[in-house]
Design a protein around this ligand. Structure first.
Ligand code: Q9C
Ligand code: ZN
Length: 364
């Protein structure tokens, strides 16, 4: 294998997390978060010859439990079998119908949830975009293993490793699933880097949406910096987090940086905000690889988002991130313009793995 190949960690476990539906404008539609997303990205990257496909290694539940509550692990692991055992039609995905709003729970008995896990759906899920089927738990576990294996490869010396995570992770909080996410892959990697001795870990989130889960998990932490560029939540999902005034709390104050972007933001405006993000990351002076939550839903033709990036812009963004000079664990999050995902991923990762300034040096 040529030594300049970038590790591409992927698994077929996600293929069984399929047949999903969501509600859009009051209508049941096929879920935008589809298996084809990961398939087209994998195929496009492999076609370049620059990526070495590798299966994830099993890292067990402990790294997940370091970030999520045990009751959430138990819920994700067993909710489907619970539902089917109690008469749920296995042809239909599980979606919650009643939400437990813990912040407004005066008078509710939070310590006495229903024993049947599918009746607890609304206690662990914050939206109607996160359906569950038979293959969901194993896909979510594999997605975490993909992320952790990518981190291992970077710690082994790769300058970049790409984890083709599906389902994505950045909306999942300590005790909540949502936004197509079950386990927070990026947060689990960041926490594992701390567990392996890092004093300061930086997470950069360039998915179109605010990573409310990642923000929540590290809200009070000074050792993990969370920097996110995203569509202005005043007009777009997840609506209730991602405002510039959210900066973390206690000793974590200042270690959360939100850069909301107006609808229609193009490549030039995006690059200028990204400059601010990169300054914050450089100033933080992490002693671990950069954890990158990577979404391509900033693309102009994304069906559920409203920024205006072109394929060429992803190369510019990749080159800009490369100027940090940090090793990068890149983890797939969103991106729903399926026909463009392969080209966008290749443009971004190619620029990140072989920055223009370094390319000449590789020549004989
Ligand atoms: N009208 C990620 O990109 N649905 N999650 C939004 C659209 C949820 C996105 C409603 C979008 C979740 C990882
Ligand atoms: Zn997204």
């Amino acid at each position: 294998m040529p030594t300049n190949q970038t590790p591409l960690i992927a698994s077929d476990a996600h293929l069984a997390h399929a047949g999903l539906i969501e509600l859009l404008a009051g209508q049941e539609v096929p879920c935008f978060e589809s298996p084809q997303r990961a398939t087209v990205i994998r195929d496009a990257l492999l076609a370049t010859g620059d990526y070495a496909l590798e299966a994830p290694e099993d890292h067990g539940p402990d790294p997940i439990a370091a970030v999520h509550e045990l009751e959430l692990l138990d819920f994700v692991e067993h909710v489907w079998t619970d539902a089917v055992a109690h008469g749920w039609d296995a042809a239909r995905p599980l979606l919650p119908d009643t939400f437990l709003l813990r912040g407004y729970a005066a008078g509710m008995t939070l310590d006495q949830l229903p024993a049947k896990r599918h009746l607890r759906l609304g206690a662990y899920c914050f939206d109607t975009a996160t359906p569950i089927v038979a293959g969901t738990a194993s896909a979510a576990r594999a997605s975490v293993d993909i992320a952790l294996t990518a981190a291992d490869r970077v710690l082994d010396g790769a300058q970049l490793a790409y984890g083709l995570c599906r389902p994505p992770g950045h909306h999942a909080g300590r005790n909540l699933i949502g936004g197509y996410c079950f386990f927070n892959n990026a947060a689990i990697v960041a926490e594992s880097l701390v567990a392996r001795g890092a004093a300061r870990v930086a997470i950069l989130d360039v998915d179109f949406h605010h990573g409310n889960g990642t923000q929540q998990i590290f809200w009070r932490r000074s050792d993990v910096l969370y920097v996110s560029l995203h569509g202005d939540p005043g007009g777009i999902y997840p609506y209730y987090s991602g405002y510039a005034t959210e900066r973390g709390a206690d000793s974590g104050e200042g270690a959360t940086v939100n850069l909301p972007l107006p609808a229609g933001t193009d490549g030039d405006a995006y690059l200028s905000s990204l400059g601010e993000a990169l300054e914050a990351i450089a100033a933080f002076d992490a002693d671990a690889p950069l954890v990158l939550s990577l979404g391509f839903d900033t693309y102009h033709a994304d069906p559920i988002c409203n920024l205006a990036l072109q394929t060429d812009d992803y190369a510019r963004i990749g080159s800009a991130i490369a100027t940090l000079g940090m090793p990068v664990v890149a983890l797939q999050e969103g991106g729903y313009a399926v026909d463009a995902l392969g080209a966008n991923a290749a443009a971004f990762l190619d620029a990140l793995r072989a920055p223009r300034s370094a390319r000449g040096q590789d020549m004989p």
